[in-house]
Design a protein around this ligand. Structure first.
Ligand code: NDP
Length: 343
């Protein structure tokens, strides 16, 4: 079946008319989505305005909510109790404890819970009751871009799904939410928490680690073959050529962008990628996609790491210390210092 794309013309704001819409978290996504939603209703004709409630812990984001004219509460339970729609927009690792202990017990039976990431729903870390609607509205970019693209009247890529249709009205509500936050301007993509978690975690745990390892090992080999740090750092990324290639891939097409390179380069890239023995890569990717992501080994490991002394920050500190020992990191630090660039 072809994946559905939903545009403004497929949606109505009516399911949100007069509802209380609560944002739990006014950070990266919370601020952008709340502002977009408020502006959409400001510009809408003949729809009863919803009430927007912002709940956030006492921090700089809370102050921003005030400056943006929303006000805020730090009382999670009270905010949850009045919500018809509740956007859960605190970091993924915080959600289970906060939601299960302070929010879920207070929710209306018919409340719609909106997540912006599939992680906690796919791994069943959130305790929902069967009468609630569970919806995913997951922009594929940072909040600042969600806001700036909305302001310039452009769309942005966003996944949408209904994970649980407790009220029987979850789809019209999900589409209304997508429209309100500006996600249907460019076509919201029908997806699922499984697909969102799989694609997101696969990119983070298979594609980008491979890219990091390729750069690290390539750098090491060329250094051994006599190349200077200055040459390698500039050739490999400081020139911004890789960034331009990915930009062209988005503009022209992943393969089509190659035509902008020299004939030697095009031949080398196409021949090299087609002749490479990728059997080890395929096996590794399958391991990540199936065992690490779908069967939950990564999620278990991450949760366990959080519970150890030092938590995730401690684990990240060790990983960074290790990464900084590589030839690539050491060489780059020296070059950047020499050039007076940020280190
Ligand atoms: P943020 O990191 O911006 O945090 C949002 C708010 O949660 C902040 O006020 C933060 O406070 C607060 N918070 C942190 N810890 C706690 C806690 N223990 N109790 C209560 N509040 C806490 O979140 P994001 O917007 O990045 O993420 C929200 C959701 O959006 C997640 O599901 C994420 O996966 C998803 N998403 C994020 C994207 C992104 O680019 N960031 C892109 C697409 C989806 P403080 O910072 O002061 O600790």
């Amino acid at each position: 079946m072809t994946t559905r794309l939903f545009y403004d013309t497929d949606c109505s704001l009516e399911p949100l008319a007069g509802k209380t819409i609560t944002f739990i978290g006014y950070g990266n996504q919370g601020r952008a989505q709340a502002l977009n939603l408020r502006d959409t209703f400001k510009n809408a004709q003949n729809v009863t305005q919803p009430k927007i409630v912002i709940a956030n812990q006492e921090d700089s984001y809370a102050k921003t909510a005030e400056q943006d004219g929303f006000g805020y509460t730090t009382d999670w339970a009270a905010a949850a109790a009045e919500a018809d729609v509740l956007f859960l927009l605190v970091p993924d690792q915080i959600q289970p404890d906060l939601f299960n202990n302070q929010i879920a017990p207070k929710l209306k039976k018919t409340a719609c819970i909106v997540v912006a990431s599939g992680y906690n729903v796919f791994y069943k870390y959130l305790n929902f009751t069967s009468s609630n609607d569970i919806v995913m509205v997951a922009p594929r970019m940072v909040g600042a871009s969600v806001r700036s693209l909305y302001e310039s009247k452009q769309g942005y890529p966003c996944f949408v799904s209904v994970e649980q249709d407790g009220t029987g009205q979850a789809w019209p509500l999900a589409l209304a939410l997508c429209m309100a936050v500006g996600a249907t301007k460019g076509g919201a993509i029908e997806s699922s928490c499984r697909e969102e978690a799989l694609t997101d975690l696969f990119a983070e745990q298979a594609i980008w680690p491979t890219v990091i390892a390729v750069f690290r090992e390539g750098y090491k080999l060329l250094k051994e073959l006599g190349c200077s740090d200055e040459a390698l750092v500039h050739e490999m990324w400081l020139s911004k050529e890789p960034a331009e290639i990915f930009e062209s891939a988005a503009d022209l097409g992943f393969i089509k962008q190659l035509v902008g390179h020299s004939s030697v380069s095009q031949y080398g890239q196409l021949k090299g990628s087609q002749e490479m023995d990728v059997s080890w890569l395929k096996k590794h990717f399958e391991h990540v996609a199936k065992e690490r992501v779908l069967e939950g080994a990564f999620a278990e490991e991450f949760t366990a790491a959080e519970q150890k002394p030092g938590g995730i920050d401690g684990a990240l500190k060790k990983l960074y210390q290790e990464a900084e020992k590589s030839e690539l990191a050491v060489g780059e630090k020296r070059v950047r210092e020499r050039l007076g660039l940020k280190t």
